[in-house]
Design a binder for this molecule. Structure first.
Ligand code: BES
Ligand code: MN
Ligand code: MN
Length: 462
């Protein structure tokens, strides 16, 4: 590809900046919350919106493909069968925006403040996914599309991608590609570009502890009958020991320990503990003994209570010994832990530590396998070259603590590796009130994606 067309791609992006942003704003106005059935029509309308935008950008065979849940939007542009094919994955659903009162401006009324777009989904994943639609448009309009491209944009990522595996299994031929490209992760900073090469897996459980058959007077019965909340708290606290190691038997059996060399490398990632603490208003960090904060949040498994409830939480005081208590507990997993196995280990252990005085019920919600991507294959090389060209710096490979379970599934079902070309920042408040995404990040992403296509075609040719 010559420099003239590249210059024109950059110029095209700059010229169309305002329209790109306006379109993203239209997308962000649609409350596509997959977890809450009351937004069902909005989620479906969002799929139709993506379909139209893919068509407008020049994709062929665009289709809203029904599944047992929310649909997958598919589209493609095959320019030459002999060229490599990039399969772009993203998600158009978002997390619930609750609690609304903590947002400075309404979550579905996007607004730019301080060069950042504020809205639910601005970063995760509408802003990042839409960069691909606009990068594709740019490549079409400037005649610079260097690979075939396929799009698979789903609407159930935030609720566990339950139906995507079936879709993938049923569409193996249609999804044939050489590599998968995803922008749904982050970078260390815009000055220190990085590429995510590891994601943690997830096992998400719900537990219920049941005591007496009704709520009791805590004076008449307290002290003589087990209180399910007290018991639940004891059980939960016993899941970690004094060194913050998880006590579930067998939990660490399959954890791959990194070599000292790999750990040294990982800990070279720029990280300022004081800045980290002050940004979170905490006096100290916390975690498994013997590991750094970077390691605790990237290569070590965890167990966290996400929510806990039971008894009286209304105004004033009500003396009650509750009949039931519940909690949602998630475990982040690392290679080679298997989420089905860990869910079973958790269930068996949790049931075994329950005292005779209560009954417990343990159910598994969604989960997914951890994944790691090598740094020595064409996809990574192309991504590294693209970032180097766009940012002027070689990216650092990092391992993120978050989970995108479908990455391991793609490898298993399609035999394809995934490049995580993410442009978010840890400070973007994804899943939180006031989620935002930098206008600069959005534009830089649109500029970097075509460079990935160009370098990928080159690396594959070589
Ligand atoms: N995009 C995130 C995952 C992510 C964000 C990974 C930043 C790395 C860096 C994704 O949408 C997400 O929220 N995943 C969930 C898991 C899913 C099964 C609900 C998560 O990590 O909690
Ligand atoms: Mn996401
Ligand atoms: Mn998310």
């Amino acid at each position: 590809m010559d420099t003239i067309t590249e210059t024109s791609a950059k110029a095209y992006i700059e010229e169309n900046k305002e329209r790109f942003l306006n379109e993203l704003f239209d997308l962000l106005r649609m409350p596509s919350v997959s977890a809450d059935p009351k937004f069902k029509d909005d989620v479906l309308a969002t799929a139709e919106f993506i379909k139209r935008k893919l068509e407008d950008a020049g994709a062929d065979k665009v289709e809203v493909c029904p599944t047992a849940g929310y649909p997958v939007v598919y589209g493609e542009k095959i320019i030459d069968e002999s060229l490599p094919t990039v399969l772009v994955y993203g998600h158009y659903d978002v997390q619930p925006a609750d609690p609304y009162e903590l947002w400075d401006t309404p979550p579905f009324e996007p607004e730019i403040r301080d060069e950042k777009i504020y809205a639910r989904g601005a970063c995760d994943d509408k802003g990042q996914m839409y960069m691909h639609v606009k990068a594709f448009e740019t490549m079409m309009q400037t005649n610079t599309l260097a690979c075939n491209v396929k799009f698979m944009i789903e609407g159930e990522e935030e609720v566990g991608s339950d139906n995507l595996e079936i879709f993938v299994k049923e569409n193996k031929e249609r999804l044939k590609a050489d590599v998968i490209l995803v922008s749904d992760t982050g970078m260390i900073s815009m000055d220190i570009p990085s590429i995510t090469v590891g994601l943690r897996g997830l096992s998400y459980m719900e537990v219920e502890v049941v005591g007496p058959n009704i709520d009791l007077h805590s004076g008449l019965f307290g002290g003589a009958v087990a209180n399910p909340i007290n018991i639940l708290c004891n059980m939960i606290s016993s899941l970690q020991d004094e060194n913050n190691k998880i006590t579930i038997p067998g939990f660490y059996d399959k954890v791959v320990e990194l070599t000292q060399e790999e750990r040294t490398e990982l800990n070279k990632t720029p990280f300022d503990k004081n800045e980290y603490k002050s940004s979170l208003d905490i006096n100290d960090v916390h975690g498994e003994d013997g590991y750094t904060t970077l390691e605790r949040a990237g290569i070590r498994p965890t167990l966290d209570v996400n929510g806990i409830w039971g008894g009286y939480t209304g105004e004033g005081a009500k003396t009650v010994l509750p009949s039931k208590a519940s909690a949602k507990i998630s475990m982040r997993l690392v290679p080679d832990q298997n989420w089905d196995e860990i869910s079973d280990l958790f269930k068996n252990h949790f049931e075994s530590i329950a005292p005779e005085s209560v009954k417990v019920k343990v159910t598994a919600h969604h989960g997914g396998q951890p994944s790691v991507t090598p740094t020595n294959f064409p996809g990574y090389k192309a991504a590294s070259m693209a970032i180097e060209e766009a940012f002027g710096k070689t990216p650092i490979p990092t391992r993120d603590g978050g989970s995108i379970p479908i990455v391991a599934m793609f490898e298993q079902e399609l035999g394809l590796k995934t490049i995580l070309l993410g442009f978010g920042l840890a400070s973007d408040a994804i899943h939180s009130p006031n989620e935002h995404y930098g206008v600069y990040n959005f534009m830089k992403g649109i500029e970097t994606i075509p460079l990935f296509f160009k370098h990928y075609a080159d690396v594959k040719k070589a």
